[in-house]
Design a protein around this ligand. Structure first.
Ligand code: CTP
Length: 428
């Protein structure tokens, strides 16, 4: 099998090392398919940008001369695919692979936006027109998916990459698609790039003219959450503040200290442990941190923009007085079993809030996260039946009692726990 990656080394000699094995295998396999096709195929967007920046990419964007649906038919049987869909409106085919790499196939197209924030009307076009619909110069480079791996860089984006510049392609870019306001910040933050003067002027104007109001709350939420998942969170938050994204969202502007603190919190092992175990949304946590000093009603107002359902809201937002009560409870808790009983009904999200936002009882909460919450009971229902307890409405309480005894006991074992339980219940 030929190695397409070799053909890319002329643009970046280290690409073999930078691209993940999975990405390389996928590109090589796609290349084999492209070889058999007549029509022109190009790599475009993020993956080309990342070749020149020397970064790994997770997605493969391709553009082709013909119909993406037809093209996808040749790709689908060759890969383990978890989902795929054709969107006729945009002439695009998205393939989500089991490996986690996504392939987006688009036909060369041009776009017309009827009004700000509208979804574009698209028409088949040629490569010479395709780039005009894209967001920034650095995302408008093409590399042919053949052995020549020819670069088509109509806007001299290589120069922008060299100068670390984000540049829009035309002045109406943010108006056409206001999500590009977020994308501009994403790339600037991620790569430590700056905006050229005109792009910055257009971005500021787009914010002043409230173009963001033309996108739905759901899209706004998705963009916001995507950006705060970026590795360089402090860059992103500083840019949000600078370009008045927080003002738009009614979120108080964080201080430099706040930005530093939240960026450190999300890296902490206790944060990551709970986040991963309970699938906590990093975006939700960052919002709650940023609005921590608002009143309950002001918080609710901000959270409305983020379309958090009532049930989810209950797990992340303390009701009035709720946090104070938990703190009081914790203050009176010393034994592991007491800490357990104070926190067992509290959602993991709120536990993180106590630890990092309210900063209360941190030692006890950490012992809950690292020691207590990982334990499981040694005593089972059948053990209780064996000592003569009936399966009545107290049964669950007995099991809980055993668990508390276990938590407070040094080197607990079945025999010791059951004998303590019997003593406490005055059983013989
Ligand atoms: N694009 C655009 N305007 C948008 C979204 C996307 O012009 N609002 C174009 C850009 O050319 C972009 C390409 O579509 O490079 C692919 O978009 P996407 O996969 O969303 O972004 P990437 O550039 O690959 O960024 P990331 O690395 O974050 O995936």
């Amino acid at each position: 099998m030929e190695n397409y990656i070799n053909y890319l080394t002329k643009y970046n000699p280290s690409i073999e090392k930078i691209f993940s094995r999975n990405l390389k295998e996928t590109l090589n396999a796609l290349y084999e398919i492209c070889k058999t096709k007549e029509e022109k195929v190009y790599l475009v967007g993020g993956i080309v940008r990342d070749i020149f920046l020397g970064k790994n990419s997770s997605d493969i964007d391709m553009v082709i001369e013909g119909n993406s649906q037809e093209f996808a038919k040749h790709i689908l049987p060759k890969f383990p695919v978890s989902k795929h869909r054709y969107t006729e409106r945009f002439l695009t085919y998205n393939i989500f692979m089991k490996s986690g790499t996504n392939i987006d196939i688009a036909s060369f197209r041009s776009e017309v936006y009827e009004y700000p924030g509208a979804l574009p009307t698209v028409k088949y076009s040629s490569i010479e027109n395709d780039y005009t619909r894209r967001d920034f110069t650095i995302n408008s480079m093409y590399v042919s998916f053949d052995k020549r791996a020819e670069l088509y860089d109509p806007l001299n984006a290589l120069e922008d990459i060299k100068n670390k510049t984000i540049r829009i392609i035309h002045d109406k870019s943010f108006e056409d698609d206001p999500t590009r306001i977020f994308r501009a910040i994403k790339f600037a933050g991620r790569y430590d790039f700056s905006f050229d003067d005109n792009t910055e002027r257009c971005l500021i104007e787009a914010m002043e003219k409230n173009f963001l109001s033309s996108i739905s709350n759901l899209r706004l939420k998705n963009e916001f959450y995507m950006l705060v998942s970026e590795k360089k969170l402090s860059n992103i938050l500083s840019l949000f503040r600078k370009y008045k994204i927080f003002d738009y969202l009614n979120i108080p502007n964080p201080s430099d200290e706040d930005i530093k603190e939240i960026s450190e919190i999300v890296k902490k092992s206790s944060f990551r442990k709970i986040k991963e175990k309970h699938k906590i949304s990093r975006g939700n946590f960052i919002i709650m941190y940023l609005i921590r000093n608002l009143s309950y009603n002001e918080k609710i107002e901000v959270l409305k923009t983020f379309e958090i359902g009532k049930k989810n809201l209950e797990t992340i937002l303390f009701e009035e007085g709720e946090a104070e009560n938990i703190i009081l409870d914790l203050r009176k808790s010393f034994k592991p079993s007491e800490i357990y009983l104070s926190l067992k009904h509290i959602s993991p999200f709120k536990i993180l809030s106590l630890l990092y936002i309210l900063k209360k009882n941190r030692k006890k909460i950490k012992s809950y996260i690292y020691e207590i919450s990982d334990k499981s009971g040694i005593i089972s229902g059948s053990d209780l039946i064996d000592i003569g307890l009936e399966q009545n409405s107290f049964f669950k309480n007995y099991l809980e009692k055993c668990f508390c005894i276990q938590l407070d006991m040094e080197n607990p074992d079945k025999k010791k726990i059951l004998s303590k339980l019997k003593k406490e219940l005055k059983l013989n």
